[in-house]
Design a binder for this molecule. Structure first.
Ligand code: DAH
Length: 328
């Protein structure tokens, strides 16, 4: 039998397996050849067996190397068939920005246009920047609302974007106007809270008595009507350790236009951000003297939900295509 010739003609793994059993199977070529030993004269038996064993070894080695060639060709074909050209444009549909990014961009756009400088800070913060310098000393009860994730070395995932205020003031001299967007983290999870969400922080600082609550009111009213359209804006006294006086800001409900509905708990108002006049203790912590300033902070998910009428906060984090495809 021309074993070499047969092997060289094989082009598939299935043919290779078939030839293998044709040669090495129980009733295969070599079994039959060895069976002939019985009829061979004793003097020739040794040579006959040696010759057969040599043939068998060669055939087996040839089959093995043929198998390697065929397997690597099959793998190559499979890889080529599965090859994805990531530079190709999708034929199934365009992508889109996530509603949280859209809202964040719109917010940052406004303040950028008002000459606020864009700043960012680290997500892993230390106690000084996240709490202490913001007039939130250890054991202050206001820390309770911002429980978060701590690392062993007493750093933590920042609970708000306010530490960017501190980082900026420590480095730069007044006057300054900054906007700081980014992710923040709290130990919260329910219908209206997720452990990670986004905020945008604002801070303006200038000389003594140069910045007043009137400046803060103007910019936030202008911003909120830019972002939400035709809404009423109201300031309610509140408390934040880093501002004094502090205020919470409401807009008239975008769902019922202020008439009262389930979303606004029949008050006609929706709370959208916190703000105030920078507390003197904050300026003291960063070594600023004879200055005045305002600050504010807002939650981007809430802004996105109200602007785009999204009712469930969690749907923003689930990669829900029914929702996301509406933003193409
Ligand atoms: N950091 C506050 C929070 O996460 C939000 C905030 C309130 C920021 C008032 C401010 C501010 O800058 O003045 O709840």
């Amino acid at each position: 039998m021309d074993i070499n010739g047969k092997i060289s003609q094989i082009s598939t793994l299935a043919d290779l397996d078939a030839l293998k059993s044709e040669l090495f199977g129980k009733k295969g070529y070599f079994a039959e050849e060895f069976a002939k030993m019985k009829t061979i004269p004793p003097a020739e038996k040794k040579d006959f067996a040696a010759n057969l064993n040599k043939q068998k070894g060669e055939a087996s080695a040839l089959l093995d190397s043929k198998r390697m060639v065929l397997e690597s060709e099959a793998l190559k074909a499979e890889i080529e068939a599965e090859n994805i050209d990531v530079s190709l444009f999708s034929t199934t549909g365009e992508g889109s920005l996530h509603p949280v990014n859209l809202a964040m961009e719109a917010i940052v756009d406004y303040f950028y246009g008002m000459n606020f400088e864009l700043k960012t800070g680290p997500l892993v913060e230390d106690d000084f920047h996240n709490f202490e310098a913001l007039n939130l000393p250890k054991h202050h009860p206001a820390r309770e609302m911002q429980d978060t994730f701590y690392f062993k070395d007493e750093t933590l995932l920042r609970t708000h974007t306010s530490p960017v205020q501190i980082r900026t003031m420590v480095k730069e001299k007044p006057p300054l106007k900054i906007i700081a967007p980014g992710a923040v983290f709290r130990r919260d999870y329910d219908l209206t809270h997720t452990p990670m969400f986004h905020q945008v922080e604002g801070l303006a600082v200038d000389g003594e008595n140069k910045i007043s609550f009137a400046n803060l009111k103007f910019i936030l009213e202008d911003f909120l009507t830019y972002f939400f359209g035709d809404v009423d804006v109201r300031f309610r006294p509140s408390f934040f350790p880093f501002t004094e006086p502090s205020s919470e800001v409401d807009i008239s409900c975008v769902f019922c236009k202020g008439k009262g509905c389930r979303v606004c708990s029949h008050t006609g108002w929706l709370e959208v951000l916190g703000c105030g006049i920078v507390d003197p203790n904050v300026f003291k912590a960063v070594g600023y003297e004879n200055v005045s300033g305002y600050a504010f902070g807002l939650g981007v998910e809430r802004f996105a939900m109200l602007k785009y009428r999204i009712s469930d906060l969690r749907s923003l984090f689930e990669g829900d295509l029914d929702l996301l495809e509406q933003f193409r």
